[in-house]
Design a binder for this molecule. Structure first.
Ligand SMILES: NC(=O)c1ccc[n+]([C@@H]2O[C@H](COP(=O)([O-])OP(=O)(O)OC[C@H]3O[C@@H](n4cnc5c(N)ncnc54)[C@H](O)[C@@H]3O)[C@@H](O)[C@H]2O)c1
Length: 293
């Protein structure tokens, strides 16, 4: 995510420095960005404008804006922000790309909490437009406004999330769907391939133009209420991860990584799915770019 986010800012002419502690990842970063830009049909020389360093202090000492994209571990993120507080300029904005951790848990005890903000980018950052901008209780309005403006300036669709809840908006919705999907497969209502087909060939087709609340308005809130009276009591409401999911992980069925998850995946099938996804996201980006005023 860090390389992809750096690519977006560099592509709009911002001076970008990436701190990367792992040798191989550091050495390959510009090549990875260059390859992405080639795939997008954009100027790949932009990759060489990105400065990549193993020196944390050097990376952040003159930054106006820092995005943290270290692994999703609360303690690690807390250490990174404690270092940022000491080493980045006192007025720099400090943003976290955490997927689900509330910003207030990361900023707890730090005197920089007012300039800390969540910026939840989606993968890959150069193709997916949304960035959720999470305003924690202590995030000040100026930090929020500057972050929203900066993200707009690089062609993103920033969404202001007013409460610092775990998973923010889009991941809460996504995982509510996944919880029900896993529960249905565990109960034998349908097999995994059928479940995915039901989504892709029905409301999945409408989602790019019709969000769930627009859809409720379209069909009518009275009908929505009638449907919910029958259905809501039946939906899965487990308080923790599904035991079925836990069993799969315990058995080493991790998905693409092991070739078996909800379904079996040959390396060829994995490649085809990844390619289809990249092509779909690229077409959507091109369409957005063509219709932008
Ligand atoms: N992968 C996704 O689809 C996705 C989407 C949105 C948000 N995120 C979030 O972005 C963050 C990064 O996820 P990712 O998938 O890019 O992880 P990743 O493991 O691919 O990358 C993490 C990077 O952080 C580096 N790193 C490790 N320790 C570090 C440290 N102490 N200081 C600085 N860098 C360090 C690693 O070398 C690596 O390059 C996580 O919080 C994740 O939840 C991921």
């Amino acid at each position: 995510m860090g390389a992809g986010i750096a690519q977006v800012f560099a592509g709009y002419g911002y001076k970008v420095t990436v701190f990367e502690p792992v040798d191989g990842a550091r050495r390959s970063l510009r090549d990875r960005v260059s390859e992405n830009l080639r795939m997008l049909g954009e100027d790949s020389s932009v990759a060489s404008d990105i400065v990549v360093t193993e020196d944390f202090a050097k990376a952040v000492s003159i930054a106006d804006y820092v995005t943290e994209a270290v692994p999703e571990k609360l303690e690690l993120k807390r250490v990174v922000f404690a270092d940022l507080e000491k080493l980045a300029p006192a007025d720099a904005i400090l943003a976290s790309n955490t997927s689900v951790i509330p910003i207030s848990r990361i900023s707890k005890g730090l005197s920089s909490a007012h300039r800390m903000v969540g910026t939840h980018w989606w993968n890959p950052p150069y193709l997916v437009p949304l960035v959720e901008v999470v305003q924690a209780e202590k995030t000040d309005d100026q930090t929020l406004a500057r972050t929203m403006a900066l993200l707009k300036s690089v062609g993103k669709e920033p969404a202001h999330v007013r409460k610092d809840v775990p998973g923010f908006v889009a991941n809460r919705l996504q995982h509510a769907l996944w919880r029900e999907a896993i529960a249905m497969v565990a109960e034998g209502i349908c097999d995994p391939a059928t479940l995915d087909s039901c989504v892709k060939n029905s409301f999945g087709l409408r989602l790019p133009v019709l969000g769930p609340l627009e859809n409720a308005d379209l069909v009518g809130l009275d009908l929505t209420l009638d449907i919910h009276k029958t259905m809501i009591p039946e939906l899965d409401r487990s308080a923790g991860p599904s035991p079925y999911l836990e069993e799969q992980v315990k058995a080493g069925h991790l998905g693409f990584k092991t070739g078996q998850g909800f379904r079996d995946w040959s390396s060829e099938e994995q490649q085809i799915l990844r390619l289809q996804l990249a092509q779909h996201l690229l077409r959507a980006k091109q369409e957005r770019d063509n219709t932008r005023p």
